[in-house]
Design a protein around this ligand. Structure first.
Ligand code: NAG
Ligand code: NAG
Ligand code: NAG
Length: 368
């Protein structure tokens, strides 16, 4: 198991596939003719993260089987705390402005020239893009947005700096001379406001524009390299297909902010693009646990003669909503089914919210 998984993950690195997270890196080279490649994966339904593995098989298998997947909840024990002085970061200004693209799955700034040196390895900035809401959780709490700065080394390793973006309180946005002026969490970050001032011209996937001048060294670089800043570091994965592992993550304690009206504009273009938080590092992939659980439940339902709750058992069990009105997603539904075998105890109580999730009685659950 571990062996074949390893082989598959290597195959993933070798073959390269669609990857907005790694767009512009060796994993997903930019189109040479300058057109913007629109990603095929998505964030809801069959294109969403529950089904990424089957969108492109076997390239995306790590999304469903990987045990060091990102994003994660940044709780104690999941990361190493690094001082800002443990990394060397240089983010030069882009006075001529940068290309800003709508990839369908995110909006991305093609920002070249930045360098990151960590553990004697040199990485070069390829792009930064945005997630809404944040993908990492800050000790259980999601943030309004998260910016991912994607770096690549000459040995084709990927490192990503994540920076949370807060919504600035309205009081700070119309007043330059207030007590919060020096707090990056509470005052709109000028270069972000510059980038997002152009987002209304790339509302359609596949379109691009050019940002105004981006003064990154005095803002982004200063913020991240401040002596007081720290990074939560861990080894995880791309948060988009093919979910390749071995990605070095650095989530910044220092944050940025955008004005409330900017947030609304950005939200209307991005919509929603956050992969669900993955299992703890080193623990089995949640999708594997979940599909095993669903199969067991299906087999049990069959064994109890509850065939009406199951449309297929082999090869892939498919759960369907049970009983009248069950599983429509609109609130909780309790379904009582009759059975002629085993006990007289109530057999199954389905909760509607899971769209056909089943709960077995305590007596049955012990069999797990
Ligand atoms: C997370 O919150 C818990 C409970 O408040 C606290 O004990 C812990 O130190 C926090 N951890 C981090 C990484 O902030
Ligand atoms: C912000 O920081 C600058 C430079 O350190 C300082 O001159 C200014 O007074 C500070 N502003 C506020 C409102 O604290
Ligand atoms: C900035 O504001 C945040 C949110 O109110 C606060 O937690 C943080 O301590 C402030 N930072 C500084 C340096 O004052």
């Amino acid at each position: 198991m571990g062996f074949s998984l390893q082989a598959l993950l290597l195959a993933v690195t070798a073959t390269q596939a669609l990857a907005s997270c790694a767009h512009g890196t060796f994993l997903s080279p930019r189109a040479e003719d300058g057109t913007v490649k629109v990603n095929k994966f998505g964030y809801t339904g069959l294109n969403g993260p529950l089904n990424w593995a089957s969108l492109e098989s076997p390239a995306n298998i790590g999304c469903a089987t990987g045990t060091h997947q990102s994003p994660i909840d940044m709780i104690d024990g999941q990361f190493t705390l690094m001082k800002s002085s443990d990394i060397q970061l240089s983010i030069p200004d882009i006075p001529e402005g940068a290309e800003f693209e709508n990839l369908g799955t995110t909006v991305e700034v093609i920002a070249k020239g930045g360098t990151l040196k960590v553990d004697n390895k040199d990485f070069e900035l390829q792009q930064f893009h945005f997630h809404l809401p944040s993908e990492h959780l800050d000790n259980g709490t999601s943030q309004a947005m998260e910016m991912h700065m994607v770096f690549q080394s000459t040995q084709q390793e990927v490192a990503v700096i994540g920076v949370y973006i807060n919504i600035a309180p309205p009081s700070t946005t119309n007043n330059n001379n207030n007590a919060n002026a020096n707090n990056s969490t509470l005052t709109p970050t000028p270069f972000l406001e510059s980038i997002f001032s152009t987002i209304t011209s790339i509302t359609t996937p596949g379109t691009k524009t050019t940002t105004p001048a981006l003064p990154l060294s005095s803002t982004l670089q200063t913020l991240l390299t401040a002596q007081s800043n720290t990074f939560q570091s861990y080894s995880g994965s791309l948060t988009t297909p093919p979910c390749t592992e071995g990605v070095r993550w650095f989530v910044s304690a220092a944050r940025m902010a955008i004005a409330p009206e900017t947030f609304l504009k950005v939200r209307d273009v991005i919509g929603f693009n956050s992969r669900f938080p993955q299992n703890k590092l080193g623990e089995p992939n949640i999708l594997m646990i979940s599909s095993l659980g669903a199969s067991k439940a299906a087999v049990e339902a069959m064994a109890m003669g509850n065939a009406q709750g199951v449309v297929a058992v082999a090869p892939a069990p498919v759960m369907v909503p049970m009983g009248e009105g069950g599983g429509n997603g609109a609130g909780r539904t309790t379904v009582t089914t009759t059975t002629t075998m085993e006990t007289s105890a109530p057999v199954v109580a389905g909760t509607g919210t899971g769209g056909g999730m089943m709960k077995v009685t305590p007596a049955r659950r012990r069999a797990y």
